[in-house]
Ligand binder design. Sequence first.
Ligand code: A5P
Length: 235
Amino acid sequence: MGGLSGADGQKRAAAEAAVALVEDGMLLGLGTGSTMVFAVDALGRRVREQGLRVRGVATSVRTEEQARALGIPLTDFASVSALDLAIDGADEVEAGTLRLIKGLGGALLREKIVAEAARRFVVVADAGKVVARLGERAPVPVEVVRFGHEVTARRLSELGGAPVLRSGSDKAPFVTDNGNLIYDCHTGPVADARAFGAALKGIAGVVESGLFLDGVEQAIIGESDGSVRVLRPSL
Ligand code: A5P
Protein backbone atom coordinates (compact mmCIF):
# COMPACT_ATOMS: atom_id res chain seq x y z
CA MET A 1 0.00 0.00 0.00
CA GLY A 2 2.48 2.66 1.22
CA GLY A 3 2.61 6.38 0.58
CA LEU A 4 0.16 7.66 3.17
CA SER A 5 0.82 8.23 6.81
CA GLY A 6 -1.29 9.29 9.80
CA ALA A 7 -5.06 9.44 9.56
CA ASP A 8 -5.06 9.19 5.75
CA GLY A 9 -3.22 5.86 5.86
CA GLN A 10 -5.72 4.60 8.45
CA LYS A 11 -8.67 5.79 6.37
CA ARG A 12 -7.32 4.07 3.28
CA ALA A 13 -6.68 0.78 5.12
CA ALA A 14 -10.24 0.79 6.53
CA ALA A 15 -11.74 1.74 3.15
CA GLU A 16 -9.90 -1.00 1.29
CA ALA A 17 -10.93 -3.64 3.85
CA ALA A 18 -14.58 -2.61 3.43
CA VAL A 19 -14.42 -2.68 -0.35
CA ALA A 20 -13.04 -6.24 -0.10
CA LEU A 21 -16.50 -7.20 1.27
CA VAL A 22 -18.17 -6.18 -2.00
CA GLU A 23 -19.37 -9.10 -4.13
CA ASP A 24 -20.27 -9.29 -7.79
CA GLY A 25 -23.82 -8.12 -8.51
CA MET A 26 -24.26 -6.12 -5.32
CA LEU A 27 -26.31 -2.95 -5.03
CA LEU A 28 -24.26 -0.56 -2.94
CA GLY A 29 -24.77 2.55 -0.86
CA LEU A 30 -21.82 4.88 -1.33
CA GLY A 31 -21.23 7.28 1.58
CA THR A 32 -19.54 10.64 1.69
CA GLY A 33 -16.36 12.09 3.20
CA SER A 34 -12.60 11.79 3.02
CA THR A 35 -12.57 8.12 4.07
CA MET A 36 -15.16 7.30 1.42
CA VAL A 37 -12.98 8.94 -1.23
CA PHE A 38 -10.53 6.08 -0.62
CA ALA A 39 -13.36 3.52 -0.70
CA VAL A 40 -14.83 4.79 -3.97
CA ASP A 41 -11.33 4.82 -5.41
CA ALA A 42 -10.77 1.18 -4.37
CA LEU A 43 -14.18 0.19 -5.74
CA GLY A 44 -13.38 1.88 -9.05
CA ARG A 45 -10.17 -0.18 -9.23
CA ARG A 46 -12.08 -3.42 -8.66
CA VAL A 47 -14.61 -2.47 -11.35
CA ARG A 48 -11.81 -1.67 -13.81
CA GLU A 49 -9.34 -4.42 -13.01
CA GLN A 50 -11.59 -7.31 -11.94
CA GLY A 51 -14.68 -6.58 -14.02
CA LEU A 52 -16.74 -6.38 -10.79
CA ARG A 53 -20.37 -5.64 -11.67
CA VAL A 54 -22.06 -3.44 -9.10
CA ARG A 55 -24.43 -0.50 -9.02
CA GLY A 56 -24.26 2.23 -6.43
CA VAL A 57 -26.53 4.86 -4.90
CA ALA A 58 -24.44 7.91 -3.99
CA THR A 59 -25.15 9.90 -0.82
CA SER A 60 -23.91 13.21 -2.24
CA VAL A 61 -23.17 15.05 -5.43
CA ARG A 62 -19.46 14.79 -4.52
CA THR A 63 -19.54 11.00 -4.30
CA GLU A 64 -21.68 10.77 -7.41
CA GLU A 65 -19.13 12.76 -9.41
CA GLN A 66 -16.22 10.66 -8.15
CA ALA A 67 -18.03 7.39 -8.90
CA ARG A 68 -18.97 8.53 -12.40
CA ALA A 69 -15.41 9.60 -13.14
CA LEU A 70 -14.20 6.13 -12.12
CA GLY A 71 -16.78 4.28 -14.23
CA ILE A 72 -18.82 2.91 -11.30
CA PRO A 73 -22.41 2.47 -12.52
CA LEU A 74 -24.93 4.45 -10.47
CA THR A 75 -28.62 3.99 -9.83
CA ASP A 76 -31.29 5.55 -7.62
CA PHE A 77 -34.32 4.67 -5.52
CA ALA A 78 -36.63 5.05 -8.52
CA SER A 79 -34.98 1.88 -9.85
CA VAL A 80 -34.04 -0.09 -6.71
CA SER A 81 -35.86 -0.37 -3.42
CA ALA A 82 -33.17 -1.97 -1.24
CA LEU A 83 -29.39 -2.13 -1.16
CA ASP A 84 -27.18 -5.09 -0.30
CA LEU A 85 -24.43 -3.15 1.43
CA ALA A 86 -23.86 0.49 2.41
CA ILE A 87 -20.35 1.68 3.22
CA ASP A 88 -19.87 5.06 4.89
CA GLY A 89 -17.57 7.06 7.14
CA ALA A 90 -18.35 8.52 10.56
CA ASP A 91 -17.28 11.43 12.74
CA GLU A 92 -17.56 9.43 15.95
CA VAL A 93 -18.03 5.70 16.56
CA GLU A 94 -19.14 4.80 20.09
CA ALA A 95 -17.21 1.76 21.29
CA GLY A 96 -19.50 -1.12 22.23
CA THR A 97 -22.77 0.21 20.81
CA LEU A 98 -21.40 1.28 17.39
CA ARG A 99 -23.72 4.26 17.51
CA LEU A 100 -22.45 7.09 15.32
CA ILE A 101 -22.27 10.81 14.83
CA LYS A 102 -22.24 11.62 11.12
CA GLY A 103 -22.69 14.69 8.98
CA LEU A 104 -19.63 16.89 9.42
CA GLY A 105 -19.41 16.49 5.62
CA GLY A 106 -22.98 17.73 5.31
CA ALA A 107 -24.54 14.63 3.72
CA LEU A 108 -26.28 13.19 6.79
CA LEU A 109 -29.83 13.08 5.42
CA ARG A 110 -29.02 11.10 2.28
CA GLU A 111 -26.59 8.99 4.30
CA LYS A 112 -29.34 8.01 6.72
CA ILE A 113 -31.81 7.20 3.93
CA VAL A 114 -29.18 5.02 2.26
CA ALA A 115 -28.15 3.31 5.52
CA GLU A 116 -31.77 2.49 6.32
CA ALA A 117 -32.31 1.05 2.84
CA ALA A 118 -29.31 -1.27 3.16
CA ARG A 119 -29.40 -4.84 4.46
CA ARG A 120 -25.83 -4.37 5.73
CA PHE A 121 -24.23 -1.12 6.94
CA VAL A 122 -20.45 -1.06 7.28
CA VAL A 123 -18.61 1.95 8.70
CA VAL A 124 -15.05 2.91 7.81
CA ALA A 125 -12.99 5.24 10.01
CA ASP A 126 -9.55 6.07 11.34
CA ALA A 127 -8.74 5.17 14.95
CA GLY A 128 -9.25 8.77 16.12
CA LYS A 129 -13.01 8.45 15.57
CA VAL A 130 -13.61 5.83 18.27
CA VAL A 131 -15.02 7.37 21.47
CA ALA A 132 -16.43 6.10 24.76
CA ARG A 133 -19.49 8.38 24.54
CA LEU A 134 -21.02 10.18 21.52
CA GLY A 135 -20.49 13.93 21.59
CA GLU A 136 -17.07 13.70 23.26
CA ARG A 137 -15.29 15.33 20.33
CA ALA A 138 -17.74 16.05 17.54
CA PRO A 139 -20.83 18.24 17.57
CA VAL A 140 -24.13 16.66 16.54
CA PRO A 141 -25.03 18.04 13.08
CA VAL A 142 -28.73 18.76 12.59
CA GLU A 143 -30.19 19.47 9.15
CA VAL A 144 -33.02 22.02 9.29
CA VAL A 145 -35.27 23.64 6.71
CA ARG A 146 -34.49 27.27 5.91
CA PHE A 147 -37.92 28.59 6.80
CA GLY A 148 -37.91 29.71 10.42
CA HIS A 149 -34.46 28.28 11.09
CA GLU A 150 -33.88 30.96 13.73
CA VAL A 151 -36.87 29.58 15.67
CA THR A 152 -35.62 26.03 15.17
CA ALA A 153 -32.21 27.10 16.54
CA ARG A 154 -33.86 28.41 19.70
CA ARG A 155 -35.62 25.08 20.17
CA LEU A 156 -32.30 23.30 19.67
CA SER A 157 -30.63 25.40 22.34
CA GLU A 158 -33.47 24.61 24.76
CA LEU A 159 -32.41 20.98 24.42
CA GLY A 160 -28.94 21.98 25.60
CA GLY A 161 -27.35 21.62 22.19
CA ALA A 162 -25.52 25.00 21.83
CA PRO A 163 -26.31 25.19 18.09
CA VAL A 164 -23.96 26.95 15.66
CA LEU A 165 -25.14 27.65 12.10
CA ARG A 166 -22.61 26.00 9.77
CA SER A 167 -21.00 28.26 7.21
CA GLY A 168 -19.08 27.41 4.06
CA SER A 169 -15.60 28.58 3.07
CA ASP A 170 -17.16 31.83 1.75
CA LYS A 171 -18.64 32.49 5.24
CA ALA A 172 -22.17 32.21 3.80
CA PRO A 173 -24.43 29.57 5.40
CA PHE A 174 -23.57 26.06 4.22
CA VAL A 175 -26.41 24.64 2.09
CA THR A 176 -26.87 20.88 1.86
CA ASP A 177 -27.50 18.94 -1.36
CA ASN A 178 -31.17 19.04 -0.29
CA GLY A 179 -31.25 22.84 -0.04
CA ASN A 180 -31.32 22.90 3.78
CA LEU A 181 -29.11 24.41 6.51
CA ILE A 182 -27.08 22.66 9.21
CA TYR A 183 -26.74 23.56 12.87
CA ASP A 184 -23.83 21.89 14.66
CA CYS A 185 -24.98 21.24 18.22
CA HIS A 186 -22.11 21.31 20.69
CA THR A 187 -23.48 19.00 23.33
CA GLY A 188 -20.45 17.46 24.95
CA PRO A 189 -20.90 13.77 25.86
CA VAL A 190 -24.54 12.82 25.26
CA ALA A 191 -25.96 10.92 28.25
CA ASP A 192 -28.98 9.44 26.47
CA ALA A 193 -28.51 9.52 22.71
CA ARG A 194 -31.84 7.87 21.96
CA ALA A 195 -33.80 10.43 24.00
CA PHE A 196 -31.79 13.30 22.51
CA GLY A 197 -32.31 11.98 18.96
CA ALA A 198 -36.06 11.66 19.54
CA ALA A 199 -36.25 15.18 21.00
CA LEU A 200 -34.43 16.59 17.96
CA LYS A 201 -36.82 14.84 15.59
CA GLY A 202 -39.74 16.30 17.57
CA ILE A 203 -38.86 19.85 16.47
CA ALA A 204 -40.89 20.85 13.41
CA GLY A 205 -38.02 22.47 11.47
CA VAL A 206 -35.62 19.56 11.94
CA VAL A 207 -35.27 17.32 8.90
CA GLU A 208 -32.74 14.86 10.36
CA SER A 209 -29.97 14.59 12.90
CA GLY A 210 -26.50 13.13 12.56
CA LEU A 211 -27.15 10.61 15.33
CA PHE A 212 -27.11 7.17 13.73
CA LEU A 213 -28.23 4.89 16.54
CA ASP A 214 -29.09 1.59 14.88
CA GLY A 215 -28.03 -0.83 12.25
CA VAL A 216 -24.24 -0.76 12.02
CA GLU A 217 -23.12 -4.32 11.27
CA GLN A 218 -19.44 -3.61 11.75
CA ALA A 219 -17.02 -0.70 11.97
CA ILE A 220 -13.69 -1.19 10.24
CA ILE A 221 -11.11 0.95 12.01
CA GLY A 222 -7.73 1.75 10.46
CA GLU A 223 -4.94 1.64 13.05
CA SER A 224 -1.68 3.57 13.17
CA ASP A 225 0.41 0.43 12.42
CA GLY A 226 -1.42 -0.02 9.09
CA SER A 227 -3.65 -2.85 10.34
CA VAL A 228 -7.44 -2.76 10.64
CA ARG A 229 -9.61 -3.66 13.62
CA VAL A 230 -13.17 -4.83 13.08
CA LEU A 231 -15.64 -3.73 15.76
CA ARG A 232 -19.05 -5.33 16.10
CA PRO A 233 -21.86 -4.09 18.34
CA SER A 234 -21.58 -5.73 21.74
CA LEU A 235 -23.89 -3.56 23.88
C1 A5P B 1 -20.57 13.20 5.66
O1 A5P B 1 -21.73 13.91 5.77
C2 A5P B 1 -20.23 12.56 6.96
O2 A5P B 1 -21.24 11.88 7.59
C3 A5P B 1 -19.01 11.69 6.84
O3 A5P B 1 -19.33 10.35 6.70
C4 A5P B 1 -18.24 11.87 8.05
O4 A5P B 1 -18.14 13.27 8.24
C5 A5P B 1 -16.86 11.24 7.97
O5 A5P B 1 -16.06 11.98 7.12
P1 A5P B 1 -14.51 11.73 7.00
O6 A5P B 1 -14.34 10.37 6.41
O7 A5P B 1 -14.05 12.84 6.08
O8 A5P B 1 -13.94 11.85 8.36
